[in-house]
Design a protein around this ligand. Structure first.
Ligand SMILES: [Zn+2]
Length: 381
């Protein structure tokens, strides 16, 4: 049809009867409102799904065995996050974050990859992508906005999948990929993070990667708290090799808790989870107080959205390694000001400053999410 030809529908708007025009207006409103409804429904509570992934040429371990083991992983992680959030004064609305089956057990989906383990072919594509494609195609499962904790089984030790990764944020959901080991034993939900069995199963490493799926950056321990290593800190072997105290324990750092406490998985409130608030840190000053040997950080946060906390990461030059940076948390007062003390700082380094918003957004500049968006403040004393 040629463009510009008036269609019958167009002509019908020339009706003189005003009630009919009114009817069109009402119809338009109804259609618009239901469209808005669809948008609102789009912001759903993120689902967290545990997946067992096997390359095409690997038989999965017996189903009852991996269901049992991955239920233990799920329950341990739920308990750990809940306890960590509670310890820092938060009251998470949701404790059971993983999808359950009809019997109330944590549900596990087995995904068989297209590529074989032989020659490492299964690693040639991102495993998270292979899992997402299969879940969409074979199970009709929606990926966007949800979280996937993907355990890769390539055989019993010494064979293992050794590339541990995780990524995500409060808007898009996330994924973590790690090794599944088919060893006897039971992970008790309240056992210390570091036991011989938990270490063999790389329990902390697996939950660490799932922490990245929530958008958590690396944050190391404050050993003076007597709580051991941090979830997002160094691996247990490195922590022990530096002769650090409380080696059987690992905790959720205060900064990690501040970030997680607003994630819609824990708040159960996905409203506005897509919003990335305007974020400008102004008049940020880092002054060294010689008497108390602390850095006093002060500044203002310019934003148009309800803020939860400001997180300051002290990335000192003389740290042991990238996993050992320390996190500090500040509240923002009604005049948009914040301040925080950093005790025993290094002589030189940089502060990474970010805001945590009530919708879960974690940003330092309002244009990107996560630690790479931090506002940087170099210091030297
Ligand atoms: Zn990591």
């Amino acid at each position: 049809m040629a463009t510009g030809t008036p269609s019958p529908a167009f002509s019908s708007f020339q009706l003189r009867d005003s009630w009919k025009i009114l009817a069109y207006v009402v119809l338009w409103c109804v259609l618009t409102l239901s469209a808005a409804d669809v948008v609102a429904q789009g912001a759903s509570i993120p689902e967290a799904q545990i997946v067992l992934f096997t390359p095409s040429d690997v038989q999965p371990p017996p189903r009852a065995g991996y269901l049992n083991r991955l239920n233990q992983f799920g329950l341990y992680a739920e308990q750990f996050f809940h306890q960590g959030l509670t310890d820092w004064g938060y009251s998470p609305a949701r404790k059971e974050i993983f999808n359950r089956d009809g019997d109330g057990n944590i549900a596990v989906i087995h995904v068989k990859g297209e590529l074989p383990a032989a020659g490492g072919a299964y690693k040639k594509q991102w495993i998270s992508r292979q899992v997402h494609d299969k879940l969409k195609r074979d199970h009709g499962i929606k990926i966007a906005g949800n979280l996937y904790w993907i355990f890769v089984y390539v055989g019993d030790p010494p064979v293992r999948h050794d590339s541990y990764r995780g990524s995500g944020n409060s808007k898009d959901g996330g994924w973590a990929v790690l090794n599944y080991t088919n060893l006897p034993g039971k992970i008790s939900p309240r056992s210390p993070m570091v036991t011989p069995l938990n270490d063999k199963l790389t329990l902390k490493g697996c939950i660490h990667e799932f922490g990245h799926a929530f958008g958590l950056p690396h944050i190391g321990p404050k050993v003076e708290l007597g709580k051991g290593n941090t979830l997002m800190g160094p691996v247990n072997r490195i922590y022990a090799s530096h002769k650090m105290p409380n080696r059987t324990q690992a905790y959720l750092s205060e900064a990690s808790a501040a970030i997680l406490s607003t994630h819609p998985v824990f708040t159960g409130d996905p409203t506005a989870r897509s919003t990335l608030p305007k974020t400008n840190f102004r008049q940020v000053k880092a002054d060294y107080d010689r008497k108390s040997h602390t850095i006093e950080v002060r500044g203002r946060l310019e934003t148009d959205f309800p803020v939860h906390r400001v997180v300051v990461i002290d990335d000192r030059d003389d740290k042991i390694g990238g996993y050992w940076v320390k996190g500090f948390v500040a509240e923002v007062d009604p005049q948009s000001r914040f301040s925080v003390s950093i005790p025993n700082p290094g002589r030189k380094g940089q502060l990474k400053i970010l805001a945590v918003y009530k919708n879960g957004a974690f940003t330092g500049n309002g244009t990107k999410r996560g630690i790479d968006s931090a506002t940087l403040v170099p210091y030297r004393f």
